[in-house]
Every structure is written in C-alpha cells, then in structure tokens.
Design a protein around this ligand. Sequence first.
Ligand SMILES: [Zn+2]
Length: 140
Amino acid sequence: MRTYHTHFGVPIGSQPGGTIRIARQNQLPSYLRHNIPDHLSRALSRLRLSGHNLNVERLRQQHRVPFKLRICTKCNWQFVQDKKHILLDCPCADLANLRVKHHQLFRSPSGNSNRLRDFINQADTKGLALHVHECLECCA
Ligand SMILES: [Zn+2]
C-alpha cells in the first residue's frame, strides 16, 4: 500500500469508486478501456503486440523464414501476409467478404500514408475488434 501511495500520490479511498480501480483503468491503452467482450479485446491485443498467427510472425518465430518469403497463402498476390495485407488489402473471397460485412469501418478512407495506423485507431473500437477477430480466425 505504501508503494501504491507513493507511486500514484492519491490517498486510497479519497475518490468514489475506489482509487485503485480508477488508477489502473487510466493506465490501460484506450482500446482496452471499452466495454467489449474478452475474446474481441484479446484479438486487438494480439494484433497490436504481434501475437497473432499471420505468416509474417509465425514463419519468423517457427522457421526463421526471410521476411519477403512470408507470403500470404490466402491469395496469389505474393505479398507478405501481415496485418495491413489481411485487414485492408488481401483479395481472397473470405477476407473481402469480411470487409463487406464490416463496411462501416471503411467509410472514411485515409488520406494519410499510414492507412493501417489510421484504421486501427478509429473510433469504432468494438467494430474494429470484431473485424480483427474474424480476420485472424480466417487466417488461422
Ligand atoms: Zn492475401
């Protein structure tokens, strides 16, 4: 408790709802502060922390395959199967259908050069989490 007081500088019990709970929630990344099911927030975390099973990570960790050879097995574009390719670009029917299903996520195309960052940081966290979950399941 002494360490907690020193670290946060707020007396325990001085705020309604419990100081510990408030302090811990403020330290979470914004996408984890939304009220979404665990399996969906887990999918977002896996994507952000490269804990997914896409070829770009799986082939690096298991077989040390060179980066340019970690290609997508869902299409014939010969692109590296990474987050951007799976979420935004892969032309395979399953992933294209998911983009149609979650079309509300693709309403405002990014004018920025970093499409993936803009896509992942959009306001509809729950919709994004569902799309990510289904894309990762599709590529499992
Ligand atoms: Zn592909």
